[in-house]
Design a protein around this ligand. Sequence first.
Ligand code: PNS
Length: 167
Amino acid sequence: MKRAVYPGSFDPVTKGHLDIIERAAAMVDELVVGVLNNNVKTPLFSVGERVKMLENVTSHIPNVRVESFSGLSVEFVRKCEASFIVRGLRAVTDFEYELQMAQTNRSIDHTVDTLFLATELNYAYISSTIVKEVAWYGGDISGFVPFSIAELVYRKIEQKKKGISKV
Ligand code: PNS
């Protein structure tokens, strides 16, 4: 059983994330998407909301499971009995941080490797941060996130603007 973990914040899941999930899932028996719970950044969506959104957009991929986790990624990898971590590389600007994370993870647990997938060119500039920024100013995010997610982002941002969001 070859299992991998794709950890991240997914606040919210983008088309770039989904592309990585689809391609990574095709390489393993099971892909666990790990949604980080103790993020230092204040997320727009709660961890439960992010898990639900990911479950919704990955429901067509039978070997993908979505779970939240707290603490170290490598500990979550161990708990899942996975062999490696998957991360997407969008551009050279991602490289330094991603390499540092991969090397840190490997120094914490020498059995854990990181497999990098090059992001599809169409999605190379997309990030969850950019999605939130564009949506905040009322721009069109339909090219950046799956259809069902765009509506949720606009609604959440409206709530936040009105100051009624619990997040
Ligand atoms: O989607 P993101 O925010 O780029 O994902 C970053 C993530 C969640 C993979 C990273 O912050 C992480 O692994 N956090 C858990 C804490 C940890 O394991 N830190 C050691 C690696 S630097």
